[in-house]
Design a protein around this ligand. Structure first.
Ligand SMILES: NC(=O)C1=CN([C@@H]2O[C@H](COP(=O)(O)OP(=O)(O)OC[C@H]3O[C@@H](n4cnc5c(N)ncnc54)[C@H](OP(=O)(O)O)[C@@H]3O)[C@@H](O)[C@H]2O)C=CC1
Ligand SMILES: CC(=O)[C@@H](O)[C@H](O)COP(=O)(O)O
Ligand SMILES: [Mn+2]
Length: 388
């Protein structure tokens, strides 16, 4: 790259956000941070901003505005509060690329606003494409905006496709670790605790995605994300359990050839690839050694025990706002599980019940997604109340 890329990091204090900051700090000649945003973590935001000197920061929780303002205003950094400010700062002229590393449905509106303003997107927030994949991909095409995947599986597929964009994909194979409860029975799952579910075998991530990995909903969300990113039909997307998380996913072309992308589980690589595309920037990330991994194994996912993956395929098959319904129900159910209000297996029950009850919309527009999200959250909350 001959010019620095100017980056907005939405969710800079989270797992992806902090790793993105690391990548950017390692390449000061390639990147400059213009925007940092967070929900509540004022202290880390202040620390990051003091070091990176962005143009603007946003703290969603207005209670922390004074604290952040008093620390950063003397440095000439603009400070805004509230979720609406995020949707506006992504449109700043100084921003070239927006890394969407916020968690959940909250990522949708800022992503739409960024695309409307013609900004490239490094997409970590998979929920955006799950909720409104058609709207987002159509808008991006209309505005000539590139969406670079950050999610490790989708980055793997994107990396396999470099130099192959003219060749049709026969199918893709998304790898799944299987999570901490791989091979366990429903009887076992009925007793598992939040602490057990938060222990991912291979990745250290935020709480919501870690629970999604344990229920296999993460893979369901990734199937939907892949459909929109790569323009696939659902019968072109397979899932295989690969407990070592070394092969990050594969593409099969029409001549039968399979291409895979491999490496140690380290999100800094896909973050760096998305921010630096088309260049591969140097890194000192630990290298994979075949001798350390004499056995790479593969299994079928257990869709009867881990029902969320099947529910995601069902929602994808139904189309319209069905993926938005399961996303909202899942966000509410995971939050309830993390607050010890429901058991692990009840997460799927809540999603299934919402999918059956929420109003179906075949061809949703933005306002339909807003009302679907609200309705599904209300239905999920009512269902949880009936369970406790
Ligand atoms: N972690 C990973 O390895 C991977 C994550 N992803 C995806 O990336 C996204 C981020 O995940 P992850 O980094 O793990 O999540 P974390 O929970 O670690 O971080 C989330 C970030 O978003 C902020 N945030 C949370 N809620 C809101 C909100 N309602 N409005 C504005 N900001 C908010 C948080 O602020 P605060 O710190 O103040 O709470 C934090 O900065 C998710 O969509 C996830 O699915 C995809 C692949 C891998
Ligand atoms: C790092 C990443 O991309 C996560 O989405 C990861 O894939 C979670 O692992 P599993 O969902 O396969 O357990
Ligand atoms: Mn992933």
């Amino acid at each position: 790259m001959n010019q620095k890329r100017h980056v907005a990091i939405l969710g800079s204090t989270g797992s992806i956000g902090t790793q993105a900051v690391e990548v950017i700090k390692a390449h000061p000649d390639q990147f400059r941070v213009e925007v940092l945003t967070t929900n509540n973590n004022a202290e880390l935001l202040i620390q990051q901003a003091t070091e990176l000197k962005p143009n603007v920061v946003v703290i969603c929780n207005e209670d922390y505005y004074n604290r952040v303002f008093s620390a950063l205003d003397p440095l000439g950094i603009k400070v805004y509060a509230g979720i609406k400010a995020i949707a506006s700062v992504v449109q700043m002229d100084a921003v070239d690329i927006v890394l969407t590393a916020m968690v959940g449905y909250a990522g949708l509106l800022p992503t739409i606003k960024a695309i409307e303003a013609g900004k490239a997107i490094a997409l970590a927030n998979k929920e955006t494409l799950v909720v409104a994949g058609e709207l987002i991909t159509q808008l991006a095409a209309q505005k000539g905006v590139n969406i670079y995947p950050v999610d490790s599986e989708h980055s793997a597929i994107f990396q396999c496709l470099v130099g192959e964009f003219h060749n049709p994909i026969e199918k893709i194979i998304l790898t799944a670790s299987g999570g901490p409860f791989r091979g366990k029975s429903r009887d076992f799952l009925a007793t598992v605790t939040k602490a057990q579910a938060l222990k991912h075998p291979n990745w250290t991530m935020g709480a919501k995605i870690t629970i999604d990995s344990a229920t296999l909903m993460n893979k369901g969300l990734e199937v939907i994300e892949a459909k929109w990113l790569f323009g696939l039909r659902s019968n072109q997307i397979d899932v295989v359990v690969h407990p070592q998380s070394i092969i990050h996913s594969l593409v099969q072309f029409e001549d039968g050839s399979l291409k895979a992308q491999m490496g140690l589980p380290d999100m800094r690589l896909p973050i760096q690839f998305a921010l630096g595309y088309p260049n591969r920037l140097k890194s000192d990330f630990p290298r994979f050694n075949f001798i350390d991994y004499p056995l790479l194994t593969f299994e079928q996912p257990d869709l009867e025990t881990f029902r969320n993956l099947q529910l995601a395929f069902d929602a994808l098959g139904r189309g319209g706002n069905a993926p938005c319904i399961i996303n909202a129900a899942n966000e509410v159910a995971v939050d309830a599980f993390l607050h010890d209000r429901i058991g692990f297996l009840e997460i799927s029950d809540i999603i299934e019940s919402c999918l059956g009850k929420a109003t179906f919309v075949q061809s949703p527009v933005y306002d339909d997604y807003v009302s679907t999200d609200a309705e599904a959250r209300r239905l999920a909350t009512e269902r949880i109340k009936s369970l406790v």
